[in-house]
Every structure is written in C-alpha cells, then in structure tokens.
Write a protein that binds this ligand. Sequence first.
Ligand SMILES: Cc1cc2nc3c(=O)[nH]c(=O)nc-3n(C[C@H](O)[C@H](O)[C@H](O)COP(=O)(O)OP(=O)(O)OC[C@H]3O[C@@H](n4cnc5c(N)ncnc54)[C@H](O)[C@@H]3O)c2cc1C
Length: 445
Amino acid sequence: MTTVQSPPAPPTATRPRVVARTGLFAVLAANAAVVAYFFAQAGFASNALIVLGRLAGLYGALVMAFQLVLVARLPWLDRRIGMDRLTSWHRWTGFALLWTLLAHAVFISFGYADGAGVGPVTELVDLAETTEGVLRAIVALGLILVVGAVSARYARRRLAYETWHFIHLYTYVAVVLAFTHQVAVGTTFTASSAAKAYWYGLWAVALGALVLGRLVLPLWRNTRHQFRVSAVVPESDNVVSVHVTGKDLDKLPAQAGQFFLWRFLTADRWWQANPFSLSAAPDGRTLRLTVKAAGAGSAALRHVKVGTRVFAEGPYGAFTTLHRTRTESLLIAGGVGVTPIRALLEDIEGHAVVVYRVAGERDAVLYDELRDLAVAKGAELHLVTGPPVPDKLAPRELARLVPDIVERDVFLCGPPPMMKAVLGSLDELGVPKRQIHFERFSLAG
Ligand SMILES: Cc1cc2nc3c(=O)[nH]c(=O)nc-3n(C[C@H](O)[C@H](O)[C@H](O)COP(=O)(O)OP(=O)(O)OC[C@H]3O[C@@H](n4cnc5c(N)ncnc54)[C@H](O)[C@@H]3O)c2cc1C
C-alpha cells in the first residue's frame, strides 16, 4: 500500500470570511454616513413625522441597493462568504427593508396629513394624484409587500421553488419604480446636484454588480465553455452521477467543495435550474455532479442523454479549502452530503479523517472512491451505519473516532437533522467555531 501524504497547508492568518464581511459592512456604514450628510444638508422639514418619513425612505432605498449586491453572486464575495450566508442576510435585510419602507409611507402620509388638516388616507390619495412619482412608490411598496408575504417561512415552504423565484423577480420592477420616485420627489436630491450624482453612482454600482454577476458572467462562461453531458452513471437505485465536459475547462475557476446551478437544456426541463455540488475535484477536463432523486427535476437526470447542452451558473460557495485554519482536518458526510466531501478529500492537504454516516452500507454512494482516495492520501475513513437513533455522532462517539478533533478543521455536509446534531456535538466538544465549515443543501431558508 502506498501512502502519499501532501505537505500540510499553512493555517490562514487572516480569515477570508471576516475580511469580506467587514469590508461589505464598512461600505454599507460609509454609505449610511454619506446619506445622513446629504439629508442634513438639504435641511429639515418643520414636521418631525415628515423628517422621519424622509429618512426612512432614504435608508430603505440604501438597503435596497445593498440587497442587490448581496444577491449579485459576485465571485469574490461568494467564495469568501458563501451563497447560503449571503442569501440568508438578503432574506433578513429584506424584512428590515419592508418595515423601513412601510414606516416611510406611514410617516409621510401622517406628516403631510397633519399639515393639511386631513386624514392620512385622503392625504395619500391626494399625493398620488397630484405629485409625480408617488403612485409609482405605492405600486413599488405593494410589490415588496407581496414578495415579503411569499418569502415568509410558512408561504415559502408551500410554494415550489420556481413559483417563489418568479414572484420574487417582481422586486426588480419595484426597484425601478422606487428609484424613479426618489429622484423625482426626494428633497435630498432635488436640493443638491452632488447628492443626485452620488445617488445615481450608488445605484449604478449596485445594478452593475447584479448585471455582472447574474447575467454577464454566466453568459460569458457558458459561451466560452459550452458545457455538455458526457456520461450518465447510475450509482444506486436513486442516485446518479452526471459527467459534464466543455471547452477550456482548465480555465474555469472551480474548486472542490463548490457547486453550480445546473440547467439541462432538454425540451421539458430547460426552465429548471438546480444547485448540485461537484462530486469530484475539477481536473480541467470534466466536471461531475452526483444527484439523489428528491423531486421531479433531480429524478429526471437519470434519463438525460449524453450530448445534452448544459447551462451552468457558478462556481459558487465557500465550502472550500480557502477557509482552512488548521493543518489537519475532519470531513463528515451524511447521505448524499458526501458529494462535496468526496471532492474535498481529493483536494485537501494534511492528514484527514473522513466520517461517512449512512443508514446502511447500500446507501453509501461513492464509498469505493472514498476508500481508494483515503488509501492514496493516507487518510482515515470511518463508515458509520445504522438508524438515526441512537446518535452515532454524539460527542462521546465523535471524540472516540477522532480524539484530536479540537485540533482539526471540520467540514460537514449532510441532511439538516444530522447537521444540527453534529454541530451540537462539535460545540459540546469545544471545537472553535472558526474551524467549523459546513454546506447546507438549501439556499432560500
Ligand atoms: C448548495 C447546494 C448543493 C447541493 N448539492 C447537491 C448534491 O450534490 N447532490 C444532491 O443530490 N443534492 C444536492 N442539493 C440539493 C438539490 O439541489 C435538491 O435536492 C434539488 O434541487 C431538488 O430539485 P427537484 O427539482 O428534484 O425537486 P423539487 O421538488 O423541485 O425541489 C425540492 C426542494 O429543493 C430545493 N430547490 C429546488 N431547486 C432549487 C434551487 N434552484 N435553488 C435552491 N433550492 C432549490 C427547494 O428547497 C425545493 O423545495 C444541493 C443543494 C444546495 C443548495
């Protein structure tokens, strides 16, 4: 048996995620300060409600621009923060935005109604009829309320991903309406050409980031690489591996642990894009995904034909060796969560322990590959089988399998209940948070 041990990777001194997060929020804070400056420079209205309403409107719009950057899928941010975290921030800032814009509408209506001596509804109708841009703002707020309602957890769980996503696209209409409303009636912008120039610049950057990340980059990459299915390999009754080739794949900046949004251009499924991780480290010639049938889209991949064109957006995700802090690692996979773990094992340097948790041996897809890789890399592999209860990855069991666990980076991917339990075990064992890296197979929370 030959044991090839790569030299250990040096621990990262500056944590890429912290750098990106600090940078992102520093930019937001700086813009909040600039907005406050221009707001104060334009002078205050005599009615406090109007002052509050205008300020809420300005900050609401700033948050809206920030929202676009969060979902722009810019590679630099995505690799450091991860699409799951960025999407989760987008979700929570989305709710904050909704309340801020509601506050804007309520304060402004009550404030102007106070001055005119009429009721707030009468005042709002009057403003909509007589002031340019107000009707647009009301429509924009209505759209954002609808998007907020369908994004609430209760509704989100009951809607198909595609339906929810389609409704969500109306936010872009709201963004355009809200922006034109602001530059038309916002006193901060009508009073100062510098403020107006700043506002146009801010929105140009936010929209530019979105167009670049969501449109230009994916189109450019797909035109350049021309992805196609090269093989479809059943791994078990409900799991299949799809191999994809293309041109110049060595120029594609994909890393083990990352995923793509895959759209297989068949007559009946071209409209559906699903996230699947790479199940092997990219070798410059092919990409491989391994898919468990969860719904109609993933089940259909078993029947996809060799030669089918593929539109792949990505690579995305921060579940990579970029975030390593230690020289040794522990990779924990549960079920089909083995896909990025299998790819990472290929890529990882330093001693690795792999724990693969499945119900029974038959469910351990890609196990032979893992075993061969473990032998080649001098890694330790544990296949843990059995029903979910008793918890075989409880703190005591994990510590027995990996006695030096607190000294290792831990990479974890599996079904949500298993991940929750393992994260609890790691916490109890005192593994520092910065050493724990995980990928959830869900984006929209
Ligand atoms: C980052 C990531 C990596 C993943 N890697 C793998 C993998 O390597 N192997 C594997 O078998 N599964 C993986 N999944 C899960 C896989 O994406 C879903 O099982 C698949 O999309 C289900 O689609 P469907 O059409 O078969 O089922 P549906 O019934 O249409 O969807 C089932 C659920 O999947 C989720 N989903 C569907 N489409 C999307 C989408 N475009 N974006 C986000 N969520 C979506 C939704 O929560 C939906 O409710 C991954 C998921 C994520 C988020």
